[in-house]
Write a protein of this length. Sequence first.
Length: 375
Amino acid sequence: MHMDKGLDHTIIGESTKSFIDGQKGILEFNGIDIDALARHSTFEEVTFLLWNDRLPNADELAAFEAEIRSEYELGPELLDMLRLVPRDASPMHVLRTMVSAMGTTDPDCNDQSFESERAKAMKVLAKTPAIIAAFSRLRKGEEPVAPKPDLNVATNFLWMLNGEMPGEASARAIDVCLVLHADHGINASTFSAMVTIATQSDMYSALTSAIGTLRGPLHGGANERVMHMLQDIGSIDKVDGFVAESLASKSKIMGFGHRVYKALDPRAKYLRTFAEKIADETGNHDLYAMSTRIQDIMEREVGDKGIYPNVDFYSATTYFSLGLEIDLFTPVFALSRNAGWAAHVLEQHQDNRLIRPRCQYTGPHGSDYVPIEER
Ligand code: ACO
C-alpha cells in the first residue's frame, strides 16, 4: 500500500485511446497527433476513431454520421422536462440534469450489454447540442430550434443555438474545438465516469458523473473563469499589474498549469493561432493581445516551474469571439468530451474491475459511545 493523494503517481489501468507526453507536449488519439486531427479531421471522425481504435473508411464514416444525426432530436418528453428547468439555472447544472433524465426516458436503461451502453452513449453525444442550444434559447424567452439532420454536429449546434445558418468559418472553428477537446486520457471527469461504470451502473449515470466533475474551475470550468478574468482585467495596460499581484498573492491564473503537461499543452498551441485569426476577424483583437501578454509574462515568471497555458486559455477567447455566451463554454467542452468519456467507459465495460481505492485512517480508535443526554 502506498498513499498518493491526487493520484499523481498512480496508473489506474490500460487504455488505447489517448497518449500524453507531458514533458514534450505531445497528445495523440490512437497514435495520431492532435495537430493532424485538428487540421484534417472532424468531430464525427474523431469520435469514430476513439470508439473503434481506427479511422473509418468513407462508407463507415457516412454510416456513423447518419447514426449520430438520427439521434439529434430531443423528443417531446425531454423538451417538456427542459421547459421546467429554472431559467436562471447554470447551463452545466441543466446539462447534468438532462443527461441524467435521459435514463428515465430510455426503456433499455438497465440493459448492461455493450451494444446497449454504446447506444446510450450515442444518444447523449447526439442530443447534447440540442440540450445546450434549447436551454440557451428558452432562458431568453425564445422557442427551441429543431435540428437539421443534413448538418454535421458543429454546424447543427450553431444552427439550433442562433436559428440561422452559421458561416463556414464559424462552423469549422467549432468543429476544430470539438476535435481538440474530444479526449485527454484519464482526467478527473473521465475517471469519475469510469468509477461509475465500474460498479456495473450504466452509461447515463457515468456521463452524469463526468459532467458534474468537469464543471469545477480546476478542470473544464476554467474556460469560463478565463473569460471573466480577461473581462475583469479590462485592458492590456492592466495585464502586468494583474499578473504580478496574482503571483505575489499565490492566486492561480486561470487557464494556466496542468497536472500532466509541464510544457506547452499542444491543444493550446493550435488554439492560440486559431484564437488570433478568429479574434481579428470578429474585432476582438484586444482580447487576444491581452491573452498573449499574460502568456509572455507567465512564461518569464513561472515558465521554469512548467506552468504554461492549457486548453482552456485560448479556447475562451475563441468561443467568445464566435459569439458564445460565457456560461456555455464549459457545456461545449462537455459536448465534445462525451466522445472521450464514452470511449473510456466502453473500454472499462469490456474489461471491468471495481475501482475501490483505500484511505489512510487518521481518526481515533476504541472511542466510547456517549449517550446523547450526556454530551
Ligand atoms: N497560476 C499560478 N500558479 C500556478 C498555476 C496557475 N494557474 N497552476 C499551478 N501553479 C503553481 C502553484 O501555485 C504551485 O506553486 P508552489 O509549488 O510554489 O506552491 C505549483 O504551480 C503546483 O501547483 P498545483 O496546484 O499543486 O499543481 P496541480 O498539478 O495540482 O495543478 C491545476 C493543476 C489544478 C490545473 C492548476 O494548475 C490550476 O489550478 N490551474 C488553474 C485552473 C485551470 O486552468 N484548470 C484547467 C486545467 S486543464 C483542464 O482540466 C481541461
